[in-house]
Design a protein around this ligand. Structure first.
Ligand code: PMP
Length: 304
């Protein structure tokens, strides 16, 4: 997807011009994937632009860094403030926010510990990740032949740049196969998640989603949806799911900051159908919450 260029990018504590936010070709992270990053969205509300669960996202960035033994030179509060500042100076009413902390230029070889750490925060306008039509009518998905990274190979709890090569293989396979998205199984053969989304199914009025033992990234949208569903009186169960649970589900949807809540209408050519009632109710609630229309969840909105 092309990136809509804006004015400034925050880099190592300073706002620099978009075209000047450059790194050296021998940066460690470019060679070895030694970066950690986040994907965050800001939405337009009646009270101005609000970043959805910004502190939770920045905390996950720090957690990813901790897993990779990286001490970031900025505190949680400083990262939160930097993200808000980047949205403000670029005058965007709604946008996607991409913080990244990576091992920079100065060292080569696998030991990353002496390589400098660079941090950047970029923002740009980004519409529906899986398309407006996908959001409304649902997408098609396939179960990937690529297995989701295993916790003893690469920790799925970390949102690290190198780990996404796994998702990219699955995504390309899906696209070449004529599907919109890939769903990966974990090393045990249970359902894990999409290439960049968590997965939910609805069966008999109950919502099921794979637990953190199924090699998932613990999505912030996943957490949001579980809370909203429970507050709506719906039962949500975290448990292992197999392929046929997907084929026989009443409804399936995936969640992510980029994908928001996207229904899945077909999986491996088994028809699930049009977005179901529970999916639609959750979508409606979610968009009301992020747009600041639900007082009850106002703590999740961090105004810039
Ligand atoms: N799984 C993976 C692999 C992802 O990349 C993402 C997107 N960050 C998610 C799940 C969803 O996480 P979140 O809802 O926090 O964006």
């Amino acid at each position: 997807m092309p990136i809509d260029k804006v004015d400034k990018i925050w880099m190592n504590g300073k706002l620099v011009n978009w075209d000047d936010a450059k790194v050296h070709v021998l940066s460690h992270a470019l060679h070895y994937g030694s970066g950690v990053f986040e994907g965050i969205r800001a939405y337009e509300t009646d009270k101005g632009t609000a970043v959805f669960r910004l502190t939770d996202h920045m905390q996950r960035l720090l957690n990813s860094a901790k897993i990779y033994l990286k001490n970031l030179p900025y505190s949680l509060d400083e990262l939160v403030e930097a993200a808000k500042e980047t949205v403000r100076v670029n005058n965007l009413r709604s946008c996607y926010i991409r913080p990244i902390a990576f091992r920079g230029y100065g060292e080569m070889g696998l030991n990353p510990l002496d390589a400098p750490i660079d941090i950047a925060i970029a923002v740009w306008s980004w519409g529906a990740y899986l398309g407006e039509d996908g959001l409304k009518n649902g997408i098609s998905a396939m179960i990937s032949s690529f297995q989701r990274i295993d916790p003893n190979a690469l920790p799925p709890a970390a949102k690290a740049t190198g780990q996404y090569i796994n998702s990219i293989l699955a995504k390309m396979e899906a696209i070449y196969g004529g599907f919109d998205e890939a769903i990966m199984l974990d090393s045990r053969g249970f359902v894990s998640e999409g290439s960049g989304e968590n997965l939910f199914i609805v069966k008999g009025g109950v919502i099921y989603t794979p637990s953190t033992s199924a090699s998932i990234l613990e999505g912030i949208t996943r957490d949001t949806v579980m809370k909203l569903a429970r507050d709506m009186g719906l039962e949500v169960v975290e448990r292992d799911l197999v392929r046929s649970d997907l084929f026989l589900a009443d409804e399936i949807f995936c969640t992510g900051t980029a994908a928001e809540i996207t229904p899945i209408r077909e999986i491996d050519k088994r028809e699930i159908g049009k977005p179901g009632e529970i999916t639609k109710k959750l979508q409606e609630k979610f968009f009301a919450v992020v747009k600041g229309e639900e007082e009850k969840y106002s703590d999740w909105l961090e105004y810039v």
